[in-house]
Design a protein. Structure first.
Lengths: 219, 711
């Protein structure tokens, strides 16, 4: 939306005439010599490639939030069935059975996730079954937002992953809270062992869709 | 005893219940952020009625509201959380601008400026209270004053207050201010005046009415319903037909936090449609790329670096280039490393300094304990940030804090002796260095009798030829693509030298023009003293020679400037020929940088038309760089000599482009507006004013942006 404002600003106010002038505003004059081109040592490549993933000795996934660029997250620790992932810019995700249950480092974080499936995976539920989750957030603070959910098994689909194409089962989960008018569809792609290789998840009305794709499976 | 325990338990329960309610805020999670929005006139309100609600601090709102006969186009800014200012054009569609020989079929346009101040915040029991003035210093067609109170209960927001002027013409109650002074009994007629004067004597006087209304929010669906009692009594205002009903109804739909559309049924027979765009620039909400990961050198590499410093310099250069930071000089000594850098990518000075320190630390041998970053702009070294390497590394890996780092760092300036003159490593620079850029651009002439909007789309080409250090030739050309300037037919009637008011000739005859062709020298001869010399075609209307000197004590929040130019007026075609008028213009300036980003500026001297006087400029710069400012000038010209508007005044707004994108940039979207193009109090438009380059590089600015050092 800010892009629209930018366009408006440009159309309306890009100026240099007497009625509207910019002479009072510091122009931010900046000049820099662009000298030298020698290369000796430098940076790690930020592109997610097979080689990069192979060379990292940890399990990893790619994460994309909304329209932002995809970045690599590394498995930092495993605590029972909870996996903690961390990105280079300090975003932490905790997942259980492929579902995000806690975050840190986002503008709006999921601080607690209560589910009726403590011991079993929600992915094992019968097609069309309904249940409720309870989400809690930090800023703005909110405790136990009830989110109603329904799961549908969509069958097997071929999915292109970093390691190659895989035949995975797609499960869609419709979530909603009528009071605030929030609804979304989460998608999970899992293999025959129930491991979630790829997912599209909505964790808050204030956080855009998060796409996770496992690039190196935890051993 | 039992009853005491029960009471205590009940009290605890109530407290806990309320504390939970106050912490949990589900409203913030509604799909739509339905909130108080623009009135027809642009500032926050119902439809015709203002409220005591305000936009968030550092917001801008463009509002368009159309009906028959009145249509409003406005821009509202909130430089403080307690202040809203609106500039507005009103079109009165059933009235002519003037005789048809003068302005054709154009309808009447009226400029207006509003201001609203919050007197009291809303509390649990008491409402918010605000005082406002509408259409001040204008022709007075919509002049009103009001005192309003707003109180919200759940999704219902209620407003009630008193209105004077046009808001009070239904005269529903006696003016309570009559009890203080009888002069409030009658309101002077200000509509026949010259315009531009503040009609203090008529404020809050004459007919008075109770004003008010309701808003009901439906955040789940993004809707807002409005009902108001409209006392503006536009049948008193002769251009508007008779009022059929005093109740106005409206509905708004919030498409997003920034865009809102609305429709209203007013006065029993008028439909109105409106939309507004709003942006808040208090914080940069778009995530930017983090610093690139730096590979620390291994022991072998560090040994090689120690033996051959050139490896260090080359590595530094490469790694800095990856961050769009350009090394200007460097010295690796026994225990310190000095790096001079420049970058046109980052708006703040501390961010590239921090990224440079991170890279320098990763590449430096173990014996280095201090990293000195010399920030440069062009050939001027503006500041030095001296960092303790250990503290910086701790803060960078989050084991230390940025405030500890600030405490153990030194920030100073040594601008008269820049590093690039003495450094062990000085990159070879080949002169002349040529840079260019081009983009589409617009020229506007708004509110003239020939047409409300006359404009030009042109292609602008900017070049810079750096001949040697400190000396550059700047040019700017405009090539016409499309324009509507042939309709101009309103030559200036000004009785003083036409230094600005011949704008129509400049626009019409200079469709393909040279805006600037100027040789410029810039240097810092002494500590905290900066100079600039200009020669050539300095701006669209003037050519000449002159310069500026600025004294900016690095550790103070004040700076002093002097500028003087001998100029001659350029011909209307804006090529190389000159007109006869020439003059000497010059000013002394004082710049203040007060806490909270408030930046007053005082300019005194001789203006382009030969008039002498003073310009006061007051702006607020937010941490993001978003700036809102107003200015007013008074010179020794009489009101008659100055003409319509009585004295020069206007406003300006500047928004950093980084607030719109997912990457850093140093660009700005800026605009300033003089409601009238007049010859009095006209300043020469100087390219690269020194305070513009150096005002944001002193100790206070670096401390303000210190957090970005680790970002």
């Amino acid at each position: 939306m800010k892009g629209i404002i930018l366009i408006f600003s440009f159309l309306i106010f890009t100026v240099s005439c007497a009625s509207i002038d910019t002479s009072r505003i510091a122009p931010g004059y900046i000049q820099a010599f662009k000298a030298m081109k020698n290369v000796i040592v430098g940076y790690e490549d930020q592109l997610i490639t097979k080689d990069l993933v192979k060379n990292i000795p940890y399990a990893s996934s790619s994460m994309k939030i909304g329209r932002g660029p995809a970045g690599l997250i590394i498995l930092e620790s495993i605590n029972s069935d909870q996996f903690t992932w961390v990105s280079a810019d300090g975003v932490f995700l905790v997942t259980r059975n492929g579902r995000i249950i806690k975050t840190a480092g986002l503008n709006n974080n999921l601080t607690e996730f209560n589910s009726p499936f403590r011991k079993t995976s929600f992915l094992n539920q019968a097609d069309g079954s309904s249940y409720s989750y309870y989400f809690s957030y930090d800023v703005p603070y909110l405790r136990n937002l009830e989110v109603k959910a329904k799961t549908y098994k969509k069958g097997e689909v071929k999915v292109e992953l970093l390691g190659g194409e895989r035949l995975l089962t797609l499960i869609e989960e419709e979530i909603s809270n009528d009071f605030i008018g929030w609804s979304a569809v989460n998608k999970f792609w899992l293999d025959e062992e129930g491991f979630v290789w790829k997912s599209e998840q909505h964790i808050s009305p204030k956080v855009p869709k998060i796409v996770l794709e496992v690039t190196k499976k935890p051993s | 005893m039992t009853s005491i325990v029960r009471s205590y338990a009940l009290a605890c329960f109530i407290c806990l219940s309320f504390s939970q309610a106050s912490f949990s805020n589900i409203e913030e999670y509604f799909r739509y952020s339905v909130s108080p929005d623009a009135s027809n006139y642009g500032n926050t309100g119902l439809l015709e009625t203002p409220t005591a609600r305000f936009m968030e601090e550092a917001s801008l709102r463009f509002n368009f509201s159309s009906s028959f006969p009145n249509e409003y186009t406005s821009l509202t800014a909130s430089p403080f959380r307690w202040l809203e200012a609106t500039y507005r054009y009103a079109e009165i569609k059933n009235q002519k601008y003037g005789p048809s020989g003068y302005s054709g079929n154009q309808s009447l346009k009226d400029k207006g400026f509003d201001i609203k101040v919050r007197l009291k915040e809303e509390s649990f029991y008491l409402p918010a209270v605000a005082l406002g003035l509408r259409d001040i210093a204008g022709s007075g067609d919509f002049a009103s004053e009001y005192l309003v109170a707003s109180k919200r209960y759940k999704n219902l927001d209620m407003t009630i207050g008193l209105g004077w002027g046009k808001l009070g013409t239904s005269n529903s109650i006696a003016n309570p201010l009559e009890a203080i002074d009888k002069r409030f009994l009658d309101r002077a007629d200000i509509t026949s005046g010259r315009g531009g004067e503040f009609s203090y004597s008529s404020w809050f006087s004459g007919n008075t009415s109770i004003i008010g209304g309701f808003e009901y929010y439906l955040p789940k669906s993004g809707l807002k319903f409005t009902l108001e009692y409209d006392t503006s009594d536009p049948d008193f205002y002769e251009y508007v037909p008779k009022v059929e009903s005093r109740f106005n109804l409206g509905v708004s739909y919030h498409l997003s936090d920034s865009l809102n559309v609305s429709a209203a049924f007013e006065r029993g027979d008028q439909f109105r449609v409106s939309f507004n765009l709003k942006g808040n620039f208090l914080k940069d909400t778009i995530k930017k790329p983090a610093p690139k990961n730096v590979v620390r050198l291994n022991q072998d590499q560090l040994k090689r670096v120690k033996k051959n410093n050139q490896i260090f310099y080359s590595s530094l250069n490469k790694s800095l280039r990856d961050e769009s930071i350009y090394i200007q000089a460097a010295t690796l000594s026994e225990s310190e490393v000095d790096v001079a850098i420049a970058s046109s990518k980052y708006y703040s000075l501390t961010r590239p300094a921090g990224r440079t320190a991170r890279i320098a630390s990763a590449l430096s041998p173990d014996n280095i304990d201090t990293i000195n970053i010399h920030s440069m702009n062009g050939d001027i070294e503006v500041a030095i940030i001296s960092l303790n390497r250990k503290e910086f590394d701790s803060a960078d890996d989050k084991t230390g804090s940025w405030s500890e780092l600030l405490n153990k760092s030194d920030v100073f300036s040594n601008n008269s002796n820049p590093l690039y003159k003495t450094a062990a490593f000085q990159p070879t620079v080949y002169f002349p260095e040529f840079e260019w850029g081009m983009s589409p651009a617009l020229n506007h002439q708004i509110g003239g009798p020939e047409g409300f909007y006359l404009g030009q789309l042109f292609w602008r080409i900017d070049t810079s030829l750096k001949l040697r250090r400190n000396l550059s030739l700047f040019t700017s050309f405009g090539l016409n693509v499309y324009d509507t300037f042939d309709d101009f037919s309103n030559p200036s009637q000004s009785t003083i030298p036409h230094v600005r008011s011949d704008i129509q000739y400049y626009l019409e005859e200079g469709k393909n023009h040279i805006e600037r062709m100027q040789l410029q020298y810039m240097a810092s001869p002494w500590e905290d003293v900066f100079v600039r010399a200009d020669l050539g075609l300095l701006e669209n209307m003037f050519a000449g020679v002159g310069g500026e000197i600025l004294y900016r004590p690095f550790n103070k929040r004040v700076a002093f400037g002097l500028s003087a130019h001998r100029v001659r007026q350029r011909d209307y075609d804006q090529r190389f020929s000159l007109r006869d008028y020439e003059t000497t213009t010059g000013h002394a300036s004082i710049y203040f940088d007060l806490p909270s980003g408030i930046q007053p500026k005082i300019i005194m001297g001789k203006y382009l038309a030969g008039d002498k006087g003073i310009t006061l400029d007051l702006s607020r710069r937010f941490e993001t760089g978003f700036t809102v400012g107003v200015f007013a000038s008074k010179t020794n010209l009489s009101i008659e000599e100055f003409g319509e508007g009585s004295f020069d005044k206007g406003f300006y707004i500047s928004v950093p482009t980084k607030l719109f994108y997912g990457d850093y940039s140093s660009g700005m979207i800026s605009f300033g507006l003089h409601p009238l193009t007049k010859d009095g109090a006209a300043l020469l438009r100087q390219h690269n004013p020194l305070f513009g380059i150096l005002g944001d590089t002193d100790r206070a600015s670096i401390s303000r942006d210190w957090l970005y050092l680790l970002d």
